[in-house]
Design a protein around this ligand. Structure first.
Ligand code: UD1
Length: 384
C-alpha cells in the first residue's frame, strides 16, 4: 500500500461528457489525501448552451486546462486534440487518465495517453452498436482496446468486452454514472415550471403562441446524429411527419442542436417548423430543463443515447430514431422503455401510436442507483 497520492487527470469534450464527469469529480474530492485531480476540457463543444451552462448548473469546477479545439472535421478535431493534449500530459505527468463516453475527445485523448505510456481508464466502456458508420463506434472500439481499467454500465457491455478478449480483471461493472447526476438533480428539475421553461428557451420567430403544456400531454424530440440530420432525403420526411402527425396531436417541444439547426436553416425547412401549430422550437436546453421535459413527456422521440437511458429511469416511453443502439439494455425486449424506429416514417408512425398509448413504466437496470462514481473511486483506492 503506497502513501503517495494518485494523480488523476480526467477529460471532457462534448455535452454528453459533462453530466458524467460531475459525480466523479465530487467523489474524488472526498479523498483529498489520496488523490490529486486535473480536469481538462478539450473544447469540442464551446457554445455557452452546449458547455458552460452544464458546468454552472452541475457545479463542476472550472477546467484546469481548456484546449479550445472547437469544431472541425473528425481528423481536425482528433488531430488538434492529440497535439494539444500531449503537451498537457508532459506537463502534468498523471498516473491515470480517465476518459468518458464516446466522443472525439474520448478517442483522441485515449490514443495520446497510451502513446505517452499513461494508464488509461474508460467510464462507460463496452457499449457497442456494431455499426462502424457511426463515428462514436470507432471511438468506443479504440478507447476500450487501449484502456487498462474499463468501467461498465451493465452485463451486456461486460459480455461485449469479454468477447473482444479483454482480461476480466480489467472490467469493473459499476453502473451508469449519468444516473448519479439524474438522482442528484431530479428534485431541482421537477420544480421547474413547463411553461416558464419553454418561454425562456423558445427561439424567436414562432408564428403561434405557446400551446398549453401539462405533464403527460406533450412530446419531445431531439435529433443530432449525422445519419438523421445531414441528409435532406432523410431529414425532410421526418420534419413533415412531426409537423403533420405529432404536433397537431400533442404539443411537441424540439430543443434544436446546432448541427441540426445548420441543416434546417440552410435547406429552408426552418420556416415550416416556425409556423407549425403545436411545435415549440427551443435553443439547446440546460441539464435541469431537459430532465424536466423528460420527466413529464408522454413520448420522447430521440436519436440520443443518453436520453434513451434517462427515459428508462424516468419511465418515459421512448422512440429511438436509429436502426441500432449501443445501449440495448434500454430496449423494451431487455426490460427498458425504448423502441428502435430508425428514420423510416412508417415505422415512426406505428411506433408513435403505440408509445402514446403506453403507460409510464420505470425501468432501472442493476447498479443504476446513483452510486456509480463512489464505486469507481473505490476501484482507484484499491490500486493504492
Ligand atoms: C458530438 C459527438 C456525439 C454526441 C454529440 C452531443 C462526436 C463524434 N460526436 O456530436 O457523439 O452525441 O456531440 O451533442 O464526438 N456546434 C456549435 N457549437 C458547439 C458545438 C458544435 O455550433 O458548441 C456545431 C458546429 O457547427 C459543429 C457541429 O455543431 O460543426 C457538430 O459538432 P461536433 O462536436 O462535431 O459533433 P456533434 O454533432 O455535436
Amino acid at each position: 500500500m503506497s502513501h503517495a497520492k494518485i494523480n488523476i487527470l480526467s477529460v471532457v469534450g462534448a455535452r454528453p461528457n459533462f453530466m458524467k464527469i460531475a459525480p466523479f469529480v465530487r467523489a474524488l474530492a472526498r479523498f483529498p489525501d489520496e488523490f490529486t485531480h486535473t480536469l481538462v476540457h478539450t473544447g469540442q463543444h464551446y457554445d455557452a448552451a452546449m458547455s458552460k451552462s452544464f458546468f454552472r448548473d452541475l457545479s463542476i469546477p472550472v477546467p484546469d486546462v481548456d484546449l479550445g479545439i472547437g469544431s472541425g472535421t473528425h481528423a481536425e478535431q482528433v488531430g488538434k486534440t492529440m497535439i494539444a493534449f500531449e503537451k498537457v500530459i508532459q506537463d502534468r505527468k498523471p498516473d491515470w487518465i480517465v476518459v468518458i463516453g464516446d466522443v472525439n475527445a474520448t478517442c483522441a485523448c485515449s490514443i495520446t495517453a497510451k502513446k505517452e505510456h499513461i494508464q488509461l481508464a474508460h467510464i462507460e466502456s463496452g457499449l457497442r452498436s456494431f455499426d462502424l458508420d457511426m463515428p462514436e463506434e470507432i471511438n468506443r472500439l479504440v478507447t476500450d482496446r487501449l484502456s487498462d481499467l474499463l468501467f461498465t454500465t451493465d452485463s451486456i457491455a461486460d459480455a461485449n468486452l469479454l468477447k473482444e478478449g479483454v482480461p476480466p480483471a480489467r472490467i469493473k461493472r459499476v453502473g451508469n454514472i449519468m444516473i448519479d447526476t439524474l438522482e442528484a438533480q431530479r428534485a431541482t428539475a421537477a420544480a421547474l415550471d413547463l411553461t416558464s421553461l419553454c418561454t425562456a428557451f423558445a427561439l424567436p420567430g414562432a408564428s403561434h403562441p405557446l400551446p398549453p403544456l401539462k405533464d403527460n400531454r406533450y412530446c419531445v424530440i431531439t435529433l443530432h446524429r449525422p445519419s438523421n440530420v445531414d441528409d435532406l432525403d432523410i431529414l425532410a420526411p421526418l420534419v413533415t411527419f412531426l409537423i403533420e402527425e405529432v404536433a397537431p396531436v400533442l404539443p411537441l417541444i424540439w430543443p434544436v442542436h446546432p448541427r441540426t439547426r445548420n441543416t434546417l436553416e440552410s435547406s429552408g425547412l426552418w420556416k415550416g417548423l416556425q409556423t407549425a401549430p403545436g411545435l415549440i422550437l427551443t435553443q439547446p436546453l440546460g441539464y435541469h430543463e431537459m430532465l424536466r421535459l423528460t420527466t413529464g413527456a408522454k413520448v420522447m422521440l430521440t436519436d440520443s443515447g443518453g436520453l434513451q437511458e434517462e427515459c428508462c429511469v424516468m419511465g418515459t416511453p421512448c422512440l429511438t430514431l436509429r436502426w441500432n443502439t449501443e445501449r440495448p439494455i434500454t430496449l423494451r425486449e431487455h426490460g427498458g422503455v425504448s423502441v428502435l424506429v430508425g428514420n423510416d416514417v412508417e415505422r415512426l408512425r406505428t411506433g408513435f401510436r403505440e408509445a402514446a398509448s403506453r403507460p409510464r413504466t420505470i425501468c432501472r437496470p442493476p447498479l443504476w442507483d446513483g452510486h456509480t462514481a463512489e464505486r469507481i473511486v473505490a476501484c482507484f483506492k484499491e490500486l493504492k
